[in-house]
Structure formats: structure tokens, C-alpha cells
Design a protein around this ligand. Structure first.
Ligand SMILES: NC(=O)c1ccc[n+]([C@@H]2O[C@H](COP(=O)([O-])OP(=O)(O)OC[C@H]3O[C@@H](n4cnc5c(N)ncnc54)[C@H](O)[C@@H]3O)[C@@H](O)[C@H]2O)c1
Ligand SMILES: O=C(O)C(=O)C[C@]1(C(=O)O)C=C[C@@H](O)C=C1
Length: 367
């Protein structure tokens, strides 16, 4: 059987992670393009792809499927380059950009009958960047948005989904504008707020030099994403600027109303506001609501002792239970901390709790 050639253009966190999961498919020849030489060297040395290229044109003309995984503005430039090339065989082109509008606009101008364009966006990532942060399991259980266009057929969509099957993500089809509206609310705007909270703390530090010592779980949880890649996020904010601007107006209005409730001592209203927020937030993780995948978490109390985390991991590994994700929620010197262990399914979650309880760990599963 002739192997299909798949090009990943942009071998960073997302491109590298896709490569790591797609390369499991043995009938694919995986090639990578990036403008960064050390990234290409790393990808080649670690066998993340079969071959690397520093020339987009040379790579893309060989491909049967091309995944554009560079920053959004670079993705737009790469699609413009595609429009200047001649494709002798058919090619499916997709992208992973966090904003779809500008990418789909430029893709709609592709005039080669051999190019089938399908927009894409895996709704998973991290605050890290670059190929070194890439992970095979990054997209497991995540929503993967696809936006087919007039240039793509049902068969192209099926071929692309088949290629992406090893990611174990869940596909949904969305119109680009609907996508950009929803992601502005649930992903882009929260990043801006996280950064603004960090700025606020930083300003207060000028008059309260020890303020950062008080940054405990709450501040850390809500601002984790402020540690993200500034170049990527600058690109996202500007590519989705009109929607971001509207959300800022909404937010400022809401803050004014909240300020009024605080200033006038409306305790009942504030409690109601907090209660409604809590209900919606709790619903996100329950697995019952919308497109957000459910996580099967177990919270474990551990002591701050060398090897404490390793012991928990070993215990579960000895029972053949694989952990999807581990997060240290709070650990302070000499005091108990909390580990959040996430599992693939309810069975593993319940089994882990039973194993840990038997070994005298205090555990909680949130209902
Ligand atoms: N990070 C996330 O959480 C996340 C999640 C989903 C989608 N995305 C989208 O994925 C895309 C990539 O983001 P990332 O997090 O992998 O970023 P990254 O910085 O880790 O990777 C980007 C890669 O693109 C390469 N690149 C930059 N300019 C280039 C050029 N002109 N030609 C070729 N390669 C170039 C970089 O060298 C780097 O390897 C973005 O469009 C982003 O919106 C990101
Ligand atoms: O987990 C994170 O750090 C992310 O920011 C991932 C995240 C998000 O959830 O907002 C960021 C950008 C993407 O386009 C998709 C996912």
C-alpha cells in the first residue's frame, strides 16, 4: 500500500503533539516544516517526523494532507503561498488556529481545484510552547472543531477525521463565526482577564512588597494561563479583535453593576451572583453539560515528604491504572497538600479511590 504523505507546518506545541499521535499510524509518511532550525533538528532527532524541511513549498507539494500549525497570522501567510503554487495531485489542507475567521476568509480565495480546505481547531493546549512541550496525549477527550468549506467533500472530511483518530479527540462541526464567538467567550477573553489580574497584583506589589507570598491556590488557579505564549496570544486577540472588544464592553458593564452591589451593600444580590456562578462552573465538569469533556478526578491528601507523589503513582501503576493528568493543587512546607488525579473513565476513577483508601489515603471525588 502506498503511504500517504502528511505535512505538519509549524512543529510547536500543537503541531508536535499532533505529530506524536499521528505517527502511531504506520501507513503515514510524516514530514515537518518549521522556520526554526533547532525545532527541525529536535523533531528529526527524536523521530517525531520522518523528514524535515525548511522550505514550505518544497514540503507541501509532496503532501496528500497538510496541517498548518503555526501562529494564526503565519497560517494566513502560508495559505496565501498555497494560492501561488500548482498542485498536480489533490491535497486536503487543514489548520489548528485558535481563531477561524481570518483563516477561512483567505482559504475561501484558494482557487486550485486540487485543494480541499477544512478549518480545524483542537480545543486543548497548555500555557507552554514549542516542540519540547509537545505531548502525544494532549488532545485525548478534547473537542476538535472542524469547519468544512465548499472546496471539501464529505469524503475529504472522513479522511481527515480518520487521520486525526489517534488523537482520541471528539469532533464537532462549527461555522467559523460561531466558533470565533464561542472561543472569544470561553478561551480568548479569559486569557486577557488572567493577565490583567497579574498586572493588578504586580502594581500592588509596589506598595505591598510581600503580596506575592500570599498568592495561594486561588490566585494561582485563575492566573495559570497568564504564563502562556505572548506572541501566540497577541495574534489571537488581534485576529479576533472585534469580538474581544465587544466582550470588554460587556465585562466593564458587568463590573460596574457588581461595584454598585458592593458599594450599596447588596449582600443578597452578591450571594445570588456567586451562587449562580458556582452552579454553572460545577456543571462544566459534571460531564452532563455541553461540549466540555468530563474528567474523572480523584483528590488525594498527601504529606510534603520526599517521594510522596511517587508513592501514589506507583500504587496506581501496580494496579494497572493509568493516570491522565496529575496536578498539585496546594502544597506548603511540612503541611498536607492535595493532588488532583484525572482518569480516562469512571471505572478507573472509582478503582483508584478504592486502592488509595485501602492504603490509608484520604480521598475525595466531587459529585
Ligand atoms: N497553545 C495552545 O493552547 C493552542 C491550542 C489550540 C490551538 N492553538 C493554535 O495552534 C497554533 C500553534 O500554536 P502553538 O501553541 O503550537 O505555538 P508554538 O509557539 O508552540 O508553535 C508554533 C510553531 O510555529 C513555528 N513558526 C512560527 N513562525 C513560522 C513561520 N513563519 N513558518 C514556519 N513555522 C513557523 C514556530 O517555530 C513554532 O515551532 C496557533 O495557531 C494557535 O492559535 C494553540
Ligand atoms: O490549557 C491552556 O492553557 C489553554 O489555554 C488551552 C486553550 C484554552 O482552553 O483556552 C488555549 C487556546 C486554544 O486555542 C485552545 C485551548
Amino acid at each position: 500500500m502506498v503511504k500517504q504523505t502528511v505535512l505538519i507546518a509549524g512543529l510547536g506545541l500543537i503541531g508536535g503533539s499532533l505529530a506524536l499521535s499521528i505517527r502511531e499510524t504506520k501507513e503515514v509518511r510524516l514530514i515537518g516544516y518549521d522556520s526554526n532550525y533547532s525545532t527541525l533538528e529536535y523533531a528529526k532527532m527524536n523521530k517525531i517526523v520522518d523528514d524535515v524541511y525548511n522550505d514550505f513549498t518544497e514540503a507541501v507539494v509532496q503532501a496528500d494532507i497538510c496541517i498548518l500549525a503555526a501562529p494564526v497570522s503565519v497560517t494566513v501567510d502560508l495559505i496565501n503561498i498555497l494560492n501561488k503554487l500548482t498542485f498536480k495531485k489533490s491535497i486536503i489542507v487543514t489548520d489548528v488556529g485558535s481563531v477561524k475567521g481570518p483563516i477561512m476568509d483567505v482559504a475561501s480565495k484558494l482557487d486550485s481545484p486540487n485543494i480541499a480546505f477544512i478549518g480545524g481547531h483542537p480545543m486543548a493546549g497548555s500555557h507552554k510552547k514549542g516542540i519540547q512541550a509537545a505531548k502525544k496525549h494532549l488532545f485525548e477527550n478534547a473537542i476538535y472543531v472542524l469547519s468544512p468549506t465548499d472546496s471539501s467533500t464529505e469524503e475529504d472530511l472522513e479522511r481527515l477525521q480518520a487521520l486525526l483518530t489517534p488523537t482520541k479527540s471528539k469532533f464537532i462541526i462549527l461555522e467559523p463565526d460561531e466558533h470565533d464567538e464561542m472561543t472569544s467567550v470561553i478561551s480568548h477573553f479569559p486569557h486577557l482577564i488572567a493577565s490583567s489580574l497579574v498586572h493588578q497584583a504586580r502594581n500592588w506589589q509596589k506598595t505591598h512588597p510581600y503580596i506575592h507570598k500570599l498568592a495561594a491556590g486561588g490566585f494561582r488557579d485563575i492566573t495559570r494561563i497568564a504564563s502562556s505564549n505572548p506572541l501566540m496570544w497577541r495574534d489571537i486577540f488581534f485576529q479576533n479583535r472585534s469580538k474581544m472588544s465587544r466582550l470588554m464592553d460587556d465585562w466593564i458593564e458587568e463590573m460596574k453593576q457588581l461595584k454598585n452591589l458592593i458599594d450599596t451593600g447588596e449582600k443578597t444580590q452578591i450571594e445570588k451572583y456567586l451562587e449562580q456562578a458556582r452552579e454553572y462552573r460545577d456543571g462544566l465538569d459534571s460531564g452532563k453539560q455541553g461540549a466540555i469533556p468530563s474528567y474523572y478526578d480523584v483528590y488525594v491528601d498527601i504529606f510534603d515528604q520526599p517521594g510522596a507523589i511517587l508513592k501514589v503513582i506507583e500504587l496506581l501503576a501496580n494496579h494497572d491504572i493509568s493516570i491522565n493528568n496529575i496536578e498539585i493543587l496546594e502544597i506548603r512546607e511540612g503541611i498536607t497538600g492535595v493532588l488532583r488525579l484525572s482518569f480516562q473513565n469512571e471505572n478507573d476513577q472509582k478503582l483508584s479511590q478504592a486502592v488509595l483508601k485501602k492504603n490509608h489515603y484520604d480521598t475525595v471525588i466531587e459529585e
